[in-house]
Design a protein around this ligand. Structure first.
Ligand code: GDP
Ligand code: MG
Length: 194
């Protein structure tokens, strides 16, 4: 099942100069780069379409952030100016737009068998603190929930990777024109055909 996935190296990854190390991880597993683009920042129209989240997400994330505030003894009024979960979720959503609009962004399309799931497992879970060693976020992620809340911004977790094949198709269409994707064969595609 050959799939495509959109990968964004977010501003913290590009600025830290770990582009090569991150790409190594994907290339070593046989994932093939079929599109690449270095950008000053995400265009606001693209960022808003990319991180469009519905009210269900706002509520869920708002509730999680209220719980994080309680655990960390932070006052949600100081950080968000409200205690309403949906409103907090909307604010976090704004933080996501701002994160990729900061730039620079290095955007990639990878292709390979089960590429979506494979890349997500190499990247690791959203928060660097809970990302296991061996994953990109676990090995390189420096940011934490408390720091991001205090600074009123998204958690800097280095990388975005499409969550489903449908999401990948939508996201690739936002970031790349069809003619910007190329087609070629890696050696193992021939070697393993016996
Ligand atoms: P991902 O698919 O694992 O990247 O996670 P999501 O698509 O749910 O969220 C998009 C990005 O927003 C994440 O990669 C984080 O950088 C950031 N983010 C998500 N949820 C939160 C949150 O509750 N608080 C903060 N500060 N940032 C968040
Ligand atoms: Mg996501």
């Amino acid at each position: 099942m050959v799939q495509k996935s959109l990968v964004l190296l977010k501003p913290d990854a590009v600025r830290r100069g770990i582009t090569g190390e991150v790409l190594d991880r994907f290339e070593q597993t046989g994932l093939k780069i079929i599109g690449a683009k270095l950008l000053n920042a995400a265009d606001p129209e693209v960022s808003h379409k990319h991180y469009y989240k519905d009210e269900e997400w706002h509520k869920k994330v708002g509730e999680l952030n209220l719980k994080d505030c309680a655990d960390l003894e932070l006052d949600p009024m100081d950080i968000f100016g409200t205690k309403d979960a949906v409103e907090i979720g909307r604010i976090v959503n704004e933080w996501l737009f701002a994160y990729v609009e900061k730039g620079p962004i290095f955007a990639f399309v990878f292709e390979g068998p089960h590429a979506v799931e494979k890349i997500r497992s190499l990247v690791g879970p959203t928060y660097p603190v809970t990302a296991p060693p061996g994953t990109i976020r676990g090995d390189y992620g420096l940011d934490s929930t408390v720091t991001s809340l205090q600074r009123k911004r998204a958690v800097y977790n280095l990388i975005h990777a499409s969550g489903t094949p449908e999401e990948a198709e939508y996201e690739i269409g936002l970031w790349f024109k069809p003619e910007e994707l190329i087609s070629y064969r890696r050696p193992e595609e021939d070697v393993y055909q016996y």
